[in-house]
Design a protein around this ligand. Structure first.
Ligand code: IPM
Ligand code: MN
Length: 365
């Protein structure tokens, strides 16, 4: 029987709608090849939702996401909405409540350097080596960004800005399990990042990681690294890393740093997962308002986000592998959107649609 899967499609703002078209074209091919049906329901999120429905994360969108097996998201935000109060702006008004509402506590952010793109990375070839593949696991619903109390108290000039970094054992354990499990499916090397020389939450974090590692995941090599050192090691010797596990803010920062190794944010997908199979999948790169609407954005991050959706929400590992391989093949054949075009021999500068077509050709129509 044909497998029926419900996807909420939220193209969002900026380049979101353009790159989403390419990811959906890839899914069309997957439907034919793997005997499945992706039932797609479109909804507004971010700036477009503010414009059309008055809110960054409207109830209609919440309902459509709730009724879906997974959410494929473009990206949200742009200069048009920057005059709004921070909490009403598309990014914070849409992404943060979405993470909370769906309990998306595990954020997976791969930083992959495709061998054919080594020259596009900000690091030297000698440091990078061939084909780097790091996965940052970021805790996404707790820690410094989400804990209470939070706010600005008192009256000027004596106001105090307060944020809290709080983690319960349960929160640490569940994100640790995600990290151990993905490490187990990879090179079995987990670096847990903390600041246990200063932060109490990190002392607890480290204690729980060590216990879980010893009791339940002895096959995974676990080490601990202070966050300041980790930020340095990432650019000094990135090859030592396989899976990196971080608290919310540390993960926000280190995942951006790791993604810079890839050469372009246009290559980096992400998955935000809850218990069970529901997840939200989106490119890490943002809306790129400077190039939006010109048909030149790189669709690879969006296409790889769709691949992560097949892998993590639908357990379609073969289809996900096929997409990943088709992306590698298109890059090896020299197809380059502007963000990764270096003008080297064999490189062909292509549009968003042409890159999508190259990847689809690699999949075999
Ligand atoms: C990210 C973004 C968000 C975050 C912002 C826009 C709230 O930087 O997804 O990394 O900090 O989580
Ligand atoms: Mn960020």
């Amino acid at each position: 029987m044909t497998q029926q899967l419900k996807i909420a499609v939220l193209p969002g703002d900026g380049i979101g709608p353009e790159v989403m078209v390419e990811a959906l074209r890839v899914l069309d091919v997957i439907e034919k090849r793997y005997d499945c049906r992706f039932e797609r329901t479109f909804a507004n999120l971010g700036g477009i939702a503010i414009d059309l429905e008055g809110k960054a994360f409207p109830q209609t969108t919440i309902d459509i996401c709730r009724a879906s097996d997974a959410v494929l998201l473009g990206s949200v935000g742009g200069p048009k909405w920057e005059h709004l109060p921070p909490m009403e702006q598309p990014e914070r008004g849409a992404l943060l409540p979405m993470r909370k509402l769906f309990n998306l506590y595990a954020n997976l952010r791969p930083a992959i350097v495709f061998p054919s793109l080594t020259g596009a990375s900000s690091l030297k070839k000698e440091v990078l080596g061939e084909g780097l593949d790091i996965l940052v696991v970021r805790e996404l619903t707790g820690g410094l960004y989400m804990s209470q109390p939070k706010g600005i108290e008192g009256t000027s000039p004596n106001r105090i800005g307060v944020d809290t970094l709080r983690y319960s054992e349960m929160e640490i354990e569940r994100i640790a399990r995600v990290a151990f499990k993905v490490a187990r499916q990879r090179r079995k090397n987990l670096v847990s990042v903390d600041k246990a020389n200063v932060l109490a939450s990190s002392v607890l974090w480290r204690e729980i990681l060590s216990r879980l590692g010893k009791e339940e995941y002895p096959d995974v090599t676990l080490s601990h690294m202070y966050v300041d050192n980790a930020s340095m090691q990432l650019i000094r010797n990135p090859r030592q890393f396989d899976v990196i596990l971080c608290e919310n803010m540390f993960g926000d920062i280190l995942s951006d740093e790791a993604s810079a190794l890839s050469g372009s944010l246009g290559l980096v997908p992400s998955a935000s997962l809850s218990e069970g199979s529901f997840g939200i999948y989106e490119p890490a790169g943002g809306t790129a308002p400077d190039i939006a609407g010109r048909g030149i954005a790189n669709p690879i991050a969006q296409i790889l986000s769709a691949s992560m959706m097949l892998r993590y929400s639908f357990s379609m590992n073969d289809a996900a592998d096929a997409i990943d391989a088709a992306v590698t093949k298109a890059l090896e054949a020299g197809y380059r959107t502007g963000d990764i075009f270096l003008g080297g021999p064999g490189e062909k500068k292509v549009s968003t649609v042409e890159m999508g077509t190259a990847i689809i050709d690699g999949l075999g129509r």
